[in-house]
Every structure is written in structure tokens, then in C-alpha cells.
Design a binder for this molecule. Structure first.
Ligand SMILES: C[S@@+](CC[C@H](N)C(=O)[O-])C[C@H]1O[C@@H](n2cnc3c(N)ncnc32)[C@H](O)[C@@H]1O
Length: 259
């Protein structure tokens, strides 16, 4: 199946999770992503260099930790994956009672449906995050809601990202949003891979109706995960953490409060 250029970016985190799972001491284990990567008729060795593959692994560990926390507090709540790609967070974290809604562009959802099973508590929705049509499928699922945008809204224009946040804020006030942002220094460095907007201070997204609760570089792992780092990765991530404090990527947790 042919995917669009932005949609193709899903191959990088997929390869990253599969490659990590095959390591002797993986930071996170995701056997389903290995199966999904193998089921695709693609040469994944062409996507992503060493650092490009490490970022999604660290990012996923931080976001998974926040999702796990939400599910501990709200075991029957709903996790909404904005721009799900071929992410297998459901396989990693589902607790048997939560509902999952996975949104992506139509070609990705068609592919996702071929590879991953949909059921009552796991719904897949084709549409753009920046348009309001997907909201009805989320409203049909039980609250409270946690939205996760992992390497998605950064590819939209700033207006597109804001439209997606507008839908979340208008339809689901009181929800929580987890999102990564790319700082201006990193956006300049990554211009070639279509980063659509940059943000040096996620606190400024208060103007979008998002109240910042937590923000960290993607190299700043929660203590439990940090303990699993190999010595080499511990040094590398400390260096990358320092380097990305001014103008790098950040992961943030927001309360969606309304304007
Ligand atoms: C880098 S991938 C990340 C996929 C997934 N979140 C993960 O971490 O594995 C970016 C994803 O965003 C999706 N995407 C891009 N623009 C979108 C939009 N307007 N609405 C919904 N999804 C979009 C792409 O199709 C792709 O699956």
C-alpha cells in the first residue's frame, strides 16, 4: 500500500520500537511491533539513523508512563491516540477495561485495520485531527479522556495543530493532552523532514487553552525507566538532555481547560 509522505513518517517509530524490542536489554518491549514491522512489505532498514531511532524509544517510554498513570486513576476511561500510525500502545498498556480510539488519515487507518484488530473497546477512525469529524466517535466512548499526540501535530502547520487542539478543547474540556513539541533550534536542524511549527516554551500554549502540568525533554526518563539504561545510553541521554534544554524537543502533559 502506498502511503503519503507525512504518513510514511510512521515507519520510523515503528522500526524504532521493533529494533528496541530485539535488543538484549530493551528499554521497552513491544513484541507486537516486531510482528507488525515484519508484516509490512517494506525495507525498514532504509528509515531512520541511530539517533533518529533512539528518540522515538525514549519518547514512547515517557508517554507510556503518563498513559499508565491515567489508566491507574481512570481504569474505565478512554485513551485517544491522535495520529496513531502503527503505534501499538494498546498492546503495551491496555488494562482490559479502558476504551481506545485511534485516529489517523484514511490510508493509514486502512493499513492499521489490516494489521491490528478493531473491537468494542478499540475503535479506529479515519480523518484529519485538524477537522472536527472524529469528535463524535470519541464522544461515544466513556470519559474521562486522555489524548495522546506523539510526533503528529508537529508535522501540521501551526494553524492545523491549533485546529486539532481547538476540537479537543471545545468538545472535551477537562481532558488531558500529552503532546510533543519541537523547539526552534531543532526545527531549523530538521527542516528537511517537514516540521511544521516550533515551540520553545510549552507554557505559552496557555493561549490555546492548555494548562501545562509537566514538561520534560524526551531524554529525561522517569526514574524507573532510567534504572534500565545501559551505562552508554545513560551518558548519551544525559548529554542529549542537556543539549535539548534550549530549543529541543519536549514532551508535555496539559490539562485542557478552555480559554
Ligand atoms: C511520525 S508518525 C507517528 C505515528 C504514531 N503516533 C507513533 O508514534 O508511532 C506521524 C503520524 O501522524 C499522522 N498524521 C499526519 N497528519 C495527520 C492529520 N492531519 N490527522 C491525523 N493524523 C495525521 C500520519 O499519518 C502518521 O501516522
Amino acid at each position: 500500500m502506498e502511503l503519503g509522505r507525512v504518513q510514511e513518517t510512521l515507519l520510523i517509530p515503528l522500526r524504532a520500537r521493533a529494533a528496541e524490542t530485539r535488543r538484549r536489554r530493551p528499554l521497552t518491549s513491544d513484541p507486537r511491533s516486531v510482528e507488525v514491522a515484519e508484516a509490512l512489505d517494506r525495507d525498514l532498514t532504509r528509515v531512520g539513523g541511530r539517533l533518529t531511532l533512539l528518540g522515538p524509544v525514549f519518547r514512547g517510554v515517557v508517554l507510556d508512563d503518563w498513559v499508565r498513570e491515567f489508566l491507574e486513576e481512570h481504569p474505565a476511561g478512554t485513551v485517544v491516540e491522535i495520529g496513531a500510525g502503527l503505534n501499538t500502545r494498546y498492546e503495551r498498556l491496555d488494562n482490559g477495561t479502558a476504551t481506545w480510539v485511534e485516529i489517523d488519515l484514511p490510508d493509514v487507518i486502512a493499513l492499521r485495520r489490516e494489521l491490528l484488530a478493531e473491537h468494542d473497546r478499540r475503535r479506529m477512525v479515519a480523518g484529519s485531527a485538524a477537522e472536527p469529524e472524529w469528535a463524535a466517535a470519541v464522544a461515544a466512548a466513556p470519559g474521562p479522556y486522555l489524548f495522546v499526540s506523539e510526533a503528529v501535530l508537529i508535522y501540521l502547520t501551526e494553524d492545523g495543530a491549533r485546529s486539532a487542539v481547538d476540537v479537543i478543547r471545545d468538545r472535551f474540556p477537562g481532558s488531558v493532552l500529552l503532546m510533543d513539541t519541537v523547539g526552534s533550534a531543532e526545527a531549523r536542524r530538521r527542516r528537511a523532514v517537514d516540521v511544521g511549527w516550533s515551540c520553545d516554551d510549552p507554557g505559552e500554549l496557555a493561549a490555546w487553552g492548555l494548562r501545562l502540568r509537566d514538561s520534560r525533554t524526551l531524554w529525561d526518563l522517569p526514574p524507573r525507566a532510567r534504572a534500565r539504561l545501559t551505562p552508554g545510553r545513560r551518558v548519551l541521554s544525559a548529554l542529549l538532555d542537556r543539549a535539548s534544554r534550549g530549543g529541543g524537543s519536549r514532551l508535555s502533559r496539559f490539562d485542557v481547560d478552555g480559554l
